[in-house]
Every structure is written in C-alpha cells, then in structure tokens.
Design a protein around this ligand. Structure first.
Ligand code: HH2
Length: 279
C-alpha cells in the first residue's frame, strides 16, 4: 500500500521509518541541535541515507512541561527547513504541528503529511486539514503538554485511547477527510504513566484492529528512563527494543531519532518473518 503525500509517496507495505527533525531550542532530545536550515537539511539528508522513509519536522516541543510557541515563531522555524528539504530529498516530509496556519504554510512549502499530536482539536485545524487533502496522523494526548504528566488517570487506558482515536477519525471523516488518508497513534508519553504506556504497548492490537495504520513514537522517551534509569542520550537501544515490540503488536510506522539502527532492527525482523522464524 502506498500513501500519496503530495508529490511523493510513503510505502506502507512494509514498516515505515519516520526520522525526527526538531527545529526547536527545547525538544527533550535533539532540541537546539539543528540551528539553521542548512544544519537541519544536513541532518535530514543523513537520516534519508540511513534509510528513513519520511522526515517529521517540528517547530514546537511537546515534551512534558513545554511552553506553547506563538504561530509566527513556529512558522519561522519550520517553513524554511521544509522548503529546503522538499527541494532535494526524495522522501515525503511531515509537519509536526497542531496549528492550522502552520499546517497550511507547511503544505505550501512541500510537506506531504500532517502529524498532529492534538488530533485536529485546535479550532480551525479540522477544516484546514480537510482543504489541504494530505494524509494525517491523529494522536491521543490526555491534557496539554504543560500539565499532562500530573497524575494522568484512566479506568481502562487501551479502550479509552481507542475510543478517542475513533472519535477523532469520525470527526475527520465528517469534515470531508478520506478515511484512507488517516494514520492513528496512541501517543506514548502524552498524559500517561509507565503503567499506562506498558498497557498500551501490550494492548496495541486493539488499536491496530481499527484498520488504520498505527504510528508509534517511543524514541528515547521517559518511559525508558523510568524502566531502566538511562539518561536521554543512552536510550537508543532500548528505544529499538520497544519499537520492535510495537511492530510485533501491529505498528506500521515508527518515529525515531536513531534511524540507522532502527532500520537495521526492523528490516531484519521483516526479513526473518518472511522465513517464518519470528513471532
Ligand atoms: N512524540 C513527540 C512529538 N511528536 N508525534 C507523534 N505522532 N507521536 C509521538 O509519539 C510524538 C509526536 C515527542 O517527541 P520529540 O519530538 O522527540 O520531542 P519534543 O516534543 O520535545 O520536540
């Protein structure tokens, strides 16, 4: 299955690797690393060479406690990078944003997919996304980044996340967005304790059974710090273990900071699966 993302396409017949490019000063892992468009482009190129199928460009950190960024500042951060990447990279680009103004400018600049951690709940986002006609990733988040990790509670996290995603899919379809354009994401770490994250990992089949491709973002997240006591810069291997588990449980897209080893691990899993020697 190929998902048309503007002028480029994303192959979903195998697991797709989404390389993370945060052009922010404060992202929890790569914040401040790619200061201008040239550095950001060099990083994107490197991830494509390492096997990334799509590059996700974000201009607002959504880590726990992050402050909102004004729309002009987010535009200033992401638009030049998207323009530069769209000109030379062979893979599609996604824009990690919740703001309708940024969605529109990013698609005009060459982004072919919208990745919205607020699942089109910001006023105007649903209508804008429907007009733009690019594929969308709808993610679950309980609360807002500034406060989401303060005592999040669920009666049953898996069924509540699934129900939320179904409601957002229904809202998107009602706004005129084709169901074939939708990707869903349980939102690991977004208003969830370790136990909630683990329950979602275990119960991911309930989400992939919804019949939309499932994207997971586990890369270097605090779940790993809490489970293993590892600092952010030493979480790559653990992230790959979790990504593999998610793929075994039905994930079709993996969002990662560490493209080369994630590609190696997941392509190896797919190769051995073809020989019937994987779970
Ligand atoms: N996680 C982050 C940001 N965007 N999008 C999706 N679909 N799923 C995720 O799990 C997800 C996401 C947070 O990670 P990161 O971009 O590395 O950090 P920050 O928000 O600090 O920029």
């Amino acid at each position: 299955m190929r998902l048309a993302c503007g002028a480029k396409a994303l192959d979903l017949s195998r697991v797709a690797i989404m390389g993370i490019l945060n052009v922010t000063p404060d992202s929890f892992s790569d914040g401040g690393s790619w200061r201008d468009s040239e550095q950001a482009l060099a990083r994107a190129r490197q991830m494509v060479e390492e096997g990334a199928d799509i590059i996700d460009i974000g201009g607002e950190s959504t880590r726990p406690g992050a402050s909102p960024v004004p729309v002009e500042e987010e535009l200033r951060r992401v638009v030049p990078v998207i323009e530069a990447c769209a000109r030379v990279l062979p893979v599609p680009l996604s824009v990690d944003t919740s703001k309708p103004e940024v969605m529109r400018a990013a698609v005009e600049a060459g982004a072919g997919l919208i990745n919205d951690v607020r699942a089109l709940r910001v006023p105007g986002a649903l209508e804008t996304a429907a007009e733009l006609r690019v594929p969308l990733c709808l993610m679950h988040m309980l609360g807002e980044p500034q406060t989401m990790q303060r005592d999040p509670r669920y009666a049953d996290v898996v069924s509540e996340v699934r129900e939320f995603l179904q409601q957002r899919v229904d809202a998107a379809v009602a706004a005129g967005i084709s169901a074939a354009q939708l990707i869903v994401d349980p939102g690991f770490g977004f208003g969830k304790t370790v136990e909630h994250n683990l329950a979602l990992l275990r119960g991911l089949r309930a989400i992939s059974d919804m019949r939309y491709p499932v994207l997971v973002g586990l890369s270097r997240k605090s779940l790993i710090g809490q489970l293993r006591g590892l600092p952010v810069e030493r979480r790559a291997h653990a992230s790959i273990a979790l990504a593999l588990l998610a793929v075994v449980n039905g994930a079709r897209l993996v969002r990662t900071h560490d493209v080369a080893p994630t590609v190696d691990a997941l392509r190896t899993y797919e190769a051995v699966r073809l020989h019937n020697c994987a779970v």
